[in-house]
Design a protein around this ligand. Structure first.
Ligand code: SF4
Length: 394
């Protein structure tokens, strides 16, 4: 494990100073978007990809924020021809499985007030989304944080269920409100997911093309970069932790391809201004005090052992699954629409296809009228490509 890049790229991203405030922050953001440095990194990437002893190199990032940055700043247009940067299962909304959405919809239809993040509103369940249930009269509230859902519960006598989604970074916030003695009418329906196990699944998929992973900097602020060492030992695939500004992404890719070129599988932290080797131990303690990892299906991908986070027995009192008799049977008697069945989100998130391979992309399926979960979330590949006109590179 190394906190510094092994083979330094030609131009590393600038380091962040301790200054705060809006002006300082904006200056820092611009530093990480410096066109000259971006050009130097793009040249370094071209050179390093050319030094790999085969025609193509394929790497995967597992974070919607990375895809946002790649699309928003046009990074794909400067990637070398021989480099495929595949977006993996890095959108938590997209991988929330239909039965999990069904549970939230069923609760809402049973008269429970459901609070959830805005992106979750339009994610299709088996036959309905929460937005559909809301249109039918169910009470569904959009919240921006777990603590806002708690506030909602404090302001009413109604039962409020927080339909909680997101990876470990967001799960920490849910754990914090569970530990902070929420009101008796508050409970959690957890659809939280844990990223490291799905990296194992994708790495073990037959005919996988993934030769290296770009890991998400924000999740690693919690887990620490050392978490990926076991994965590297098991699969012999390098992992580079990267931030989200354009220079972060480019420098991360240069480092990753260097490791692939040198057949040097190890973990490199390219986001040391935020990520440490061991992460935030306090947050980890809270996370694992409240949640236990368990196996579960990720939408369109596979059953992921230890990929779902569920509340531990000690917190059964705030676990909506134990508190309510959730009648999902009535919903599942309906049938998914043929359009939903044609969605290939799972193949896209596993790196086997791109949004342009879907016949519904931009036609029947748009952000205004999403057919699949990948078109709903701002972290979903289809929505990002639709928004920024992403180019296929698969
Ligand atoms: Fe699914 Fe829509 Fe993406 Fe097609 S374009 S894969 S239907 S989300």
């Amino acid at each position: 494990m190394s906190d510094a890049p092994g083979g330094q790229p030609t131009a590393a991203p600038p380091t962040e100073g301790p200054d705060g405030g809006a002006a300082g922050r904006s200056a820092r953001e611009l530093e990480f978007r410096d066109p000259e440095k971006a050009r130097a990194l793009a040249e370094a990437l071209e050179r390093v990809v050319g030094e790999v002893d085969r025609d193509r190199v394929s790497v995967m990032h597992v974070c919607g924020s990375h895809e946002q940055s790649i699309a928003k700043y046009g990074i794909r247009t400067i990637l070398p021809q021989g480099l495929d940067v595949i977006m993996g299962p890095g959108c938590p909304v997209c991988v929330t499985d239909m039965p999990e959405v069904d549970e939230a919809v069923a609760l809402a239809r049973q008269g429970v007030r459901v609070a959830t993040y805005g992106d979750m509103l339009h994610v299709p369940g088996t036959v309905q989304s929460l937005a559909d249930a809301q249109a039918d009269g169910a009470r569904v509230d959009v919240v921006y944080s777990a603590s806002q859902a708690v506030e909602l519960a404090r302001d009413t006598d109604d039962e409020v269920v927080f339909f909680a989604s997101g990876f470990e970074t967001t799960a920490v916030a849910t754990a914090a409100v569970v530990l902070a003695e929420p009101p008796d009418n508050f409970s959690v329906l957890s659809a939280h997911k844990y990223i490291p196990p799905v990296m194992e699944i994708v790495a073990e998929m037959p005919h996988t093309r993934v030769e290296g992973y770009l890991a998400a900097g924000h999740a690693a602020t919690i887990t620490g970069s050392a978490l990926f060492e076991r994965f590297v030992d098991r699969h012999g695939i390098p992992v580079v932790v990267a931030g989200f500004e354009p220079l972060d992404v480019l420098a991360g890719l240069v480092q990753l391809v260097e490791l692939v070129r040198d057949d040097d599988p190890r973990v490199v932290n390219m986001y040391p201004r935020c990520v440490t080797e061991q992460g935030n131990r306090n947050a980890q303690e809270q996370l694992w005090k409240v949640f236990r990892p368990t196996g579960g299906k990720w939408r369109g991908i596979a059953h992921v052992p230890n990929g779902n986070l569920r509340l531990r027995d000690e917190y059964a009192g705030v676990d909506a699954r134990r508190r309510f008799d959730i009648d999902v049977g009535s919903l599942r008697r309906g049938s998914p629409t043929p359009l939903t069945q044609a969605c290939i989100c799972g193949d896209i998130m596993a790196g086997r296809s791109s949004p342009h391979d879907c016949s519904l992309f931009g036609e029947e399926c748009t952000p205004e009228n999403p057919v699949g979960a990948c078109m709903v979330s701002s972290e979903g590949t289809c929505k990002i490509w639709h928004q920024y006109g992403g180019h296929p590179d698969l």
